[in-house]
Design a protein around this ligand. Structure first.
Ligand code: BGC
Length: 344
């Protein structure tokens, strides 16, 4: 574990970059600004090391970060229809930051733009953040805890914990954009993906799920057998037309609260292969369809589909969908989850 300065926020707070490195030359660098995964260096099968996540050189880049590169999103990832919800007889209003809906809690004031407290150990770093009752519109005095660790099997593990003194919505995720060729190498349509999901949650043109859980069978959403992303992403299929490509929640198979493999992504020629493991019920596979052209770290230039996200989560808009797994946590119901991005 090493720690160095990652710059100073516009409010004058110094933030840090923590490096975790294993014996195989995999290195993850994370900042306590937003608990963001900044760099992830991974050797390919010939030993060539590249940084496989999109990001910025210093904290100043992350103070803008319109695409949420590397971010931990909390309290609520993804969309809440109408940017409001009712809980225990009270109505709560959130920021309408995605048409009439709420996306990722708050683009300006969310957890990804806060300075988190930190605690280092030899092979992990833990970040904590408090959210007051009513902050961003969500009830409850909440505390979030996110631990990153890296093992010698090349697994980058992200563990989440959250408590609240009132019932509230807890549905955090990590919003890293992966490009397994290297973050500067452009489009991910040449990657292959497998998603172990027999169902998904179709959504309207604003990406709010209709509420039904539908089989992928016979549709371009069937990724149970490996596909080349570019072969399917622009299929003329209403769900793909709505979202300009893959940007949907898949209902991952064999959900029982235990960690299991849900996805595999491969760079061309299998040069790098990433597996995703989680104990959560869903994953938003977002193919970076809306990345605005922008400068990135180390003189990179990013654009549409320069990276893809596998955002492990509960399903979007669950608070309005009684048949979806609940996202309500509070006194006596602590939130805990684990996701692992593993390079094999
Ligand atoms: C959403 C996309 C959105 C992106 C960046 C993803 O989680 O599903 O629709 O463009 O985040 O905000």
């Amino acid at each position: 574990m090493q720690k160095r300065s990652f710059g100073t926020t516009k409010d004058g707070k110094e933030v840090f970059l923590f490096s975790l490195e294993n014996k195989n030359g995999v290195k993850a660098e994370i900042t306590n600004y937003g608990a963001i995964l900044v760099n992830l260096y991974v050797p390919d099968k010939n030993g060539n090391v590249e940084d496989v996540v999109l990001g910025f050189d210093d904290v100043t880049g992350y103070e803008a970060n319109p695409s949420y590169f590397g971010s931990v999103i909390a309290p609520s990832a993804n969309r809440i229809g109408g940017a409001s919800f009712e809980l225990n007889g009270e109505t709560y209003s959130l920021k309408k930051n995605n048409g009439e809906n709420n996306l990722h809690s708050d683009d300006e004031l969310g957890a990804h733009k806060r300075v988190w407290d930190f605690m280092e150990s030899e092979d992990s770093v833990t970040f904590t953040l408090k959210n007051a009752d009513g902050e961003l519109g969500f009830p409850g005095n909440k505390e979030f805890k996110v631990t990153y660790s890296l093992d010698d099997e090349n697994g980058l593990k992200i563990q989440y914990e959250a408590t609240s003194d009132k019932d509230t919505i807890i549905n955090p995720t990590n919003h890293s954009y992966f490009n397994l060729k290297g973050h500067k190498e452009g489009n991910i349509e040449d990657h292959r993906i497998t998603l172990l999901a027999s169902n998904y949650t179709p959504a309207d043109a604003a990406s709010i799920p209709y509420g039904d859980i539908v089989t992928v069978e016979g549709t371009p959403m069937d990724l149970r057998k490996e596909i080349l992303i570019g072969d399917k992403i622009d299929t003329d299929f209403e769900q793909l037309n709505f979202a300009v490509g893959f940007d949907h929640n898949w209902v991952t198979d064999n959900y029982n609260g235990e960690i299991r493999k849900i996805a595999t992504v491969k760079a061309p020629l299998d040069a790098r292969i990433m597996e995703v493991y989680t104990d959560l019920p869903g994953v938003q596979f977002y193919a970076g369809n809306f990345i605005d052209p922008q400068d990135g770290k180390n003189k990179a230039f990013y654009g549409k589909r320069s990276g893809l996200c596998l955002e492990t989560q509960c399903y979007p808009d669950s608070i309005h969908k009684p048949n979806f797994p609940s996202v309500v946590y509070g006194p006596g119901k602590i939130y805990k989850s684990t996701t692992i991005y593993k390079f094999v």
